[in-house]
Structure formats: C-alpha cells, structure tokens
Design a protein around this ligand. Structure first.
Ligand SMILES: [Fe+2]
Ligand SMILES: [Fe+2]
Length: 267
C-alpha cells in the first residue's frame, strides 16, 4: 500500500514552469493508493489559486485526502471572512470534509484540520479534534497501520537554524492522544522542510514516525535547505514501512529519490 504525500503547494507562488505537471505525472505513474495533501494548497486563499489546486486534485488518478493549512484561510486583510467563514473557499473548491478518512488493505488514515481563522499561522488542534482522533482510531482494529495527516507541526522538527520553531497549540495533548490510540505515522508540512524523525511521545510506548514534507511546488523555500522542492512516498508492508523523500531537479524537470527511511512496524 503506498501513499504519495504532498504539502504546501502554494498555488500563486509556483517555483518552476512545469513542476506541477511533473508532480502530477510522476504520482500518476506511481499509482499510489492514496494522495495525502497536508495543506497550504494556496498562497492567499484566492479563487484562482483554489481553481489551480482543484485542477491538480482532479488530475490525480488516485483518491485524495486533503487537510487545510493556514494559507488556505482567508487572509488577515479580510478579517470578517477570516473570523466568520475562515475556510469558506476551501470548502467551496476543495472539500467540506474537515476530518477526512481513508482505509485500504490494513492501513487507516485520518486527516485533521489545524488551521482556523483565529489561530493565525501556528495552528491549533482543539478538544473536538482530539475526540475525533481518538474515536476514529479506536474504532479500527488495533493491528492496522494508523496514519494521521495534519498541516501543522505537533513536535519540533530537528532542523538546524530554524529550531526551535512554534508547534500547533495543544500539540502535546494531541500527541498524547495519538500515542495512546497507536498512531504509527504523522504526515505534516507547514515548515517547508523535508524531515523524517521517529519520536517517543510517551516513554515506554511505541514511537511515532513524523514525516514532515517540504513544499512540493512553491518557491517559499526555507533555509537551511534552500531552494528545493520535495514530496514523499510512503510504502506500507506487513512488517515494515518506509518514507521516501523525492527532490525536484529543475534542470531535468523531474523528481528524484533523495533518501529513504525504513522502519519496523511496532504493532
Ligand atoms: Fe506552507
Ligand atoms: Fe503553513
């Protein structure tokens, strides 16, 4: 079972001519079971940006599971909409489902929305979201491989100069619930840094692997990794799983394997 994980597309700030097409073609050729999109589909939540994001989703042959990012909320200069219907355009163009789920083989995936109009850019996972997280994963068999998709970071990513960076509000409470219900893998974005790290959330409990994807298509690059675009491919097998980081090579107009992290399944 494979999941292509793309994040931080930021339509409105696309990095290279042809990169979106290269991404779509490559994902379609790989025939993943699912494409997980962890937010920031747009730059300023403008309608044309959402239309371009919708076109990308429609061009993907696999099912998609999408969560919103802070850039998908109405910007600060539209305060009434930002407070009243922050995800109005997201719901119009992308999906009304703010806690989407997907199951295939022995894999269960849940997306949670961490972007709200009032939470500025840091994100928040509230009590209702945590309740949904616990309810969903407690209802699936214990031996399923459990994947949580969320835009914001729940734990500091171990990357040099930008650490420490803020994490979503109530992140620790959310990680505690995720560990308690046996989440195996968290797919997130927001930092625009590709990083894969295993975390022991609660000492003595199985670790959770956090795969933070870089920006798949935008030029909102971040030091120290500089001008580079990434996405990930997750492969889940009966006893092991892996996360492959794929990096865009502008001169070649394609993504190439940058590294693969492999892990044993712990339950
Ligand atoms: Fe972003
Ligand atoms: Fe973001």
């Amino acid at each position: 079972m494979t999941i292509a994980h793309i994040s931080d597309l930021h339509f409105g700030r696309i990095a290279h001519p042809g990169i979106v097409e290269a991404l779509v073609d490559e994902i379609n050729e790989g025939s993943p079971d699912l494409v997980a999109v962890s937010g920031d589909l747009t730059q300023r939540a403008r309608a044309p940006e959402y239309e371009a994001a919708r076109d990308l989703l429609d061009a993907l042959k696999a099912p998609t599971l999408v969560v919103a990012g802070n850039h998908d909320v109405y910007p600060w200069w539209r305060p009434l909409k930002r407070l009243g219907t922050p995800l109005g355009r997201y719901r119009q163009f992308i999906t009304d489902d703010l806690a989407p789920t997907f199951e295939a083989d022995d894999v269960a995936v849940l997306g949670l929305t961490s972007a709200y109009g009032a939470s500025i850019k840091g994100g928040r996972i509230g009590p209702a979201d945590r309740a949904a997280l616990a309810k969903y994963f407690r209802a699936v068999p214990a031996d399923r491989f459990k994947v949580l998709v969320v835009h914001h970071q729940l734990h500091p990513t171990a990357i040099g100069p930008i650490s420490p960076h803020p994490v979503a509000r109530q992140a620790q409470e959310t990680l505690d619930v995720a560990a308690d219900v046996g989440v195996d893998l968290i797919l997130c974005g927001h930092l625009h840094v590709s990083a894969i790290q295993p975390l022991e959330i609660i000492p003595g409990t199985p670790r959770i692997v956090v795969a933070s994807a870089g920006t798949a298509t935008s030029n909102r690059w971040r030091e120290p990794t500089g001008p580079v675009n990434f996405y990930n491919v997750v492969s889940v097998e009966p006893d092991v799983f892996s996360v492959e980081e794929r990096r865009y090579v502008p001169d070649e107009g394609r993504f190439v394997r940058d590294g693969v992290a492999r892990f044993d399944r712990t339950n």
